[in-house]
Design a binder for this molecule. Structure first.
Ligand SMILES: [Zn+2]
Length: 241
C-alpha cells in the first residue's frame, strides 16, 4: 500500500462531496434560468393586452361620439317644437340631418373598430394559453429540481458521514497537509506522469527534479510537487540495481 493510499481514499469521498455541493449550488441558478423562459411569453401577453386596450378605446370613443350627437339631436328637436318661423324650423332640420349623417359615418367606423378588436383579443387568448403551458413546464421542472435537491442533500449528508468515519484511517500530519492544500488546490493528491526519465506533476504539469521522482518511487514519506505543492505519488518502483 502506498503512503498516500489513505489520502486517495479521503480524496475520493471529497470528490463526491464537492460534486454534490456544486450541484446544490447550481440548482437555484438552473431554476432561475428556466423561469426566464416566461419573460418572453409575459412580454407577448403584455403587448397583446396593450393593443387590445387601444383597440377597445377606439370603439369606446366612437360610441361616445355618437352619443354626443344623439343628445344634441334630441335637444334640437325639443327646441324645434317650440319654434314659430318656418325658416328657423328648416335651419334646425338641416342641423339635425347633418348630425344624423355624421352618426351614420361614425357607426360605420364603429363596426370596423369592433372588427379590429377580434384579432387582438385572439392574440391575448393565445398568449394566455402559451403562458399557462410554459408555466406548467416550469412547474414540472421546478418540482423535478426540488426532488433532485432533496436527493443530493441526502447523498451529501451520507458522504459527510462516510468522510467522518474514514478520517481515523488518515494520520494527523497527512490530514493537516491535505486540509491546507484542499483550500486552494483540487485535486490535492495527484499521480506523477513518466516522460522518459523525467517525472511530471499531473496537477500543474511541471517537470519535477529527479529527487522528487526518486522519493515518490521509494514511497517512504509524503512527497510534494515543487511548483504547486500537491501531494504526489507514483505506482512505479525504483529501478533495481
Ligand atoms: Zn504540481
Amino acid at each position: 500500500m502506498r503512503v498516500v493510499q489513505p489520502l486517495l481514499g479521503l480524496q475520493e469521498i471529497d470528490s463526491r462531496i464537492r460534486e454534490f455541493e456544486q450541484e446544490l449550488k447550481d440548482i437555484p441558478a438552473r431554476i432561475a434560468q428556466e423561469k426566464k423562459r416566461l419573460e418572453g411569453v409575459l412580454g407577448q401577453l403584455a403587448n397583446a393586452q396593450a393593443d387590445f386596450r387601444t383597440a377597445q378605446t377606439r370603439v369606446d370613443d366612437l360610441v361616445a361620439d355618437v352619443k354626443v350627437r344623439r343628445d344634441k339631436i334630441q335637444k334640437l328637436k325639443q327646441e324645434q317644437s317650440g319654434l314659430k318661423s318656418n325658416n328657423e324650423y328648416k335651419m334646425f332640420n338641416l342641423q339635425i340631418n347633418a348630425l344624423e349623417s355624421e352618426i351614420e359615418k361614425l357607426e360605420a367606423q364603429q363596426l370596423i373598430a369592433m372588427d379590429n378588436t377580434i384579432p387582438v383579443k385572439r392574440r391575448v387568448a393565445d398568449a394566455e394559453e402559451r403562458l399557462s403551458a410554459e408555466q406548467a413546464v416550469i412547474d414540472d421542472y421546478v418540482k423535478e429540481m426540488e426532488d433532485r435537491q432533496a436527493a443530493v442533500e441526502a447523498a451529501l449528508k451520507a458522504a459527510e458521514q462516510e468522510r467522518a468515519a474514514f478520517l481515523p484511517n488518515v494520520s494527523e500530519a497527512m490530514l493537516r497537509q491535505y486540509s491546507l492544500l484542499l483550500k486552494k488546490r483540487w485535486p490535492v493528491v495527484v499521480s506523477l506522469r513518466r516522460d522518459g526519465d523525467r517525472f511530471i506533476c499531473n496537477g500543474c504539469h511541471l517537470v519535477q527534479p529527479p529527487s522528487v521522482g526518486q522519493m515518490a518511487m521509494h514511497d517512504e514519506d509524503v512527497v510534494h510537487c515543487e511548483m504547486c505543492g500537491r501531494i504526489l505519488y507514483t505506482t512505479e518502483s525504483p529501478a533495481k540495481k
